[in-house]
Design a binder for this molecule. Structure first.
Ligand SMILES: NC(=O)c1ccc[n+]([C@@H]2O[C@H](COP(=O)([O-])OP(=O)(O)OC[C@H]3O[C@@H](n4cnc5c(N)ncnc54)[C@H](OP(=O)(O)O)[C@@H]3O)[C@@H](O)[C@H]2O)c1
Length: 166
């Protein structure tokens, strides 16, 4: 299982239950990486999508105690139900946010794909700072590129102490 996220220079990931930046190059990377696979998110992240709808061409698993059942995604009510749901998942499993779900599932992710945005988005939701966590090694960082006026790099971190799925 992997996590995928974009962060600002303070490891901020969102504000007022939405993203802080529009990053076409990152959206393209996210779509290419996750399409055909399984994505896992929390209820707030689903609610933040246009129309509150899941992502197309991916199996969507949503952790929520409150959202009603729906045909176009699998709603799971607990961490235990989540681990049952990903047994036999389609393709790779990507944890796609938000803050509470990243925090819950990061110990089980062997890699984290982090798009770093060289800006301060003034976030109110954060990702753990992997650069100051000795469990994480930066495997690669791309050349800097610009998208919609923002400088970004694509980084891959490895979790040296990944936990087996329960
Ligand atoms: N930068 C990025 O790459 C990125 C990616 C994704 C999201 N985000 C941002 O992250 C922010 C949202 O983060 P967040 O922490 O507020 O929301 P979240 O993690 O998306 O959702 C939290 C919700 O998930 C459900 N949940 C969490 N743990 C659960 C459990 N063990 N069992 C059942 N349900 C559980 C609950 O849903 P219910 O309330 O429905 O019961 C909870 O309120 C937004 O600003 C969003 O834009 C950023």
């Amino acid at each position: 299982m992997k996590a995928i996220v974009h962060v600002d220079k303070n490891w901020g990931i969102g504000k007022n239950n939405s993203l802080m930046f529009r990053l076409p190059a990152d959206m393209k990377f996210f779509k290419e990486t996750t399409t055909g696979n399984t994505v896992v998110m929390g209820g707030n992240t689903l609610r933040s999508f246009p129309g509150g709808n899941p992502l197309k061409n991916r199996v969507n698993i949503v952790l929520s105690k409150t959202l009603p059942e729906r045909a176009d995604c699998t709603i799971v009510r607990s961490q235990r139900q989540f681990f049952d749901a990903i047994k036999g998942a389609s393709g790779e499993v990507f944890v796609i946010g938000g803050s509470s779900v990243y925090n819950m599932l990061l110990p089980y992710c062997d890699e984290v794909l982090v798009t770093k945005v060289k800006a301060d988005g003034g976030g109110d939701a954060f990702f753990p700072d992997l650069d100051s966590d000795p469990r994480y090694v930066l495997l690669s960082e791309s050349e800097e590129q610009e998208t919609n006026g923002y400088k970004i790099t694509f980084c891959t971190y490895k979790n040296r102490e990944v936990q087996p799925l329960p």
